[in-house]
Design a protein around this ligand. Structure first.
Ligand SMILES: O=C(O)CCC(=O)C(=O)O
Length: 324
């Protein structure tokens, strides 16, 4: 077994499946996840639990809309609303994720949408990746029935098997995106355009997610997906996505990183299950958040430029302290 590759992504998938202890039903789920990169599931949420999320967030969506925002998403509402947290920490969903990835899931971010996002096609891996790679997924829960009218989610079955396209493939230095505005511009201009062209060129088939209230889709890190056009402008499309990493990894943001020059934008994630920070780990050893490392490198490089103004021993000592 190669534990540093999620089993469904393994080039030796069938052989690994036969070595593990799985029921026929589990093998079927793993085979579908391996082939398609997504899985549509039923959940055990009651109507009341689903409705509570919508009711709790409605005032915030209203305020966002009133203040001129597009009112399309609330990030990390789990911190304030138990109803949102309840969906994110659901045991049955996490049991399924544990089966699919053979590691313990860590819910680390929630997004809530009142209407269709019409978001361009992307792979979540550009936002969230792990080392070892691909220990990440999204779980999108329908809080009402989803049809072609209210801007359903779309996805490309099997697209998780495509290579992962990082910012360098677009000719962009991710770590140069040092503020939010630059980040967003580069994401739209470089990344989304590249993926749009990729999808059109290789001609893969798109599917739209028409599911019922209470159903959910699990997508693997590299599955291409986005939001369809809203056909009914008066429609709502309440939904919640929870993003999950898995234990014992480094968690980082590829579109802000340049690994080759040691600028790894490591995330400092919180496990929504426990409310506690999760250490980044590489082969069982803790690793500090990389943005700190990137800053340290910049400070050292600046110091080197003015080092002739100071005694050598002082410069060396300062570099040592910064590097710790
Ligand atoms: O809900 C949608 O329309 C898109 C959501 C999405 O792409 C995401 O959360 O990564």
């Amino acid at each position: 077994m190669y534990d540093n590759v999620p089993i469904f992504e393994s080039p030796f998938f069938e052989s690994e499946l036969s070595q593990g202890i799985f029921t026929d039903e589990e093998k079927d789920m793993l085979r579908r996840f391996n082939r398609d990169g997504y899985l549509i599931i039923s959940t055990d949420f009651s109507e009341d639990q689903l409705d509570a999320v919508v009711a709790d967030l409605q005032p915030e969506f209203d305020t966002l809309t009133k203040n001129g925002g597009d009112g399309r998403r609330i990030v990390d509402a789990w911190k304030k609303h138990e109803s949102v947290r309840t969906l994110a920490i659901n045991k049955e969903i996490q049991k399924t994720l544990k089966l699919l990835f053979q590691r313990t899931p860590i819910p680390f971010q929630t997004l809530n949408f009142p209407v269709g996002t019409q978001q361009k096609t992307h792979s979540d891996m550009i936002h969230f990746n792990s080392i070892p790679q691909r220990f990440m997924c999204g779980v999108w829960v329908a809080l009402e029935d989803i049809t072609d009218d209210n801007g359903p989610l779309h996805y490309y079955p099997g697209s998780h098997k495509l290579p992962f396209y990082d910012m360098i493939d677009m000719g962009v230095k991710g770590s140069k995106n040092t503020n939010y505005k630059k980040e967003m511009m580069s994401y739209a201009k470089d990344y989304e355009v590249f993926i749009e062209r990729l999808v059109a060129t290789i001609g893969i088939k798109k599917e739209k997610l028409n599911i019922k209230k209470g159903q959910a889709i699990i997508w693997s890190a590299n599955l291409l997906h986005g939001g369809e056009k809203i056909n009914d402008p008066n429609s709502t499309r309440h939904s919640q996505v929870t993003h999950y990493f898995f234990n014992d990894c480094i968690y980082y943001t590829p579109y802000l990183s340049d690994i080759a020059i040691n600028k790894l934008y490591i995330r400092n994630i919180t496990d929504i299950n426990t409310g506690k920070k999760v250490p980044n780990k590489y082969f069982d050893k803790k690793v500090n958040p990389g943005i700190e490392r990137a800053i340290k490198n910049d400070v050292i490089s600046m110091l080197s430029k003015v080092s002739h103004l100071f005694p050598k021993s002082f410069v060396e000592k300062t570099k040592k302290i910064i590097s710790k």
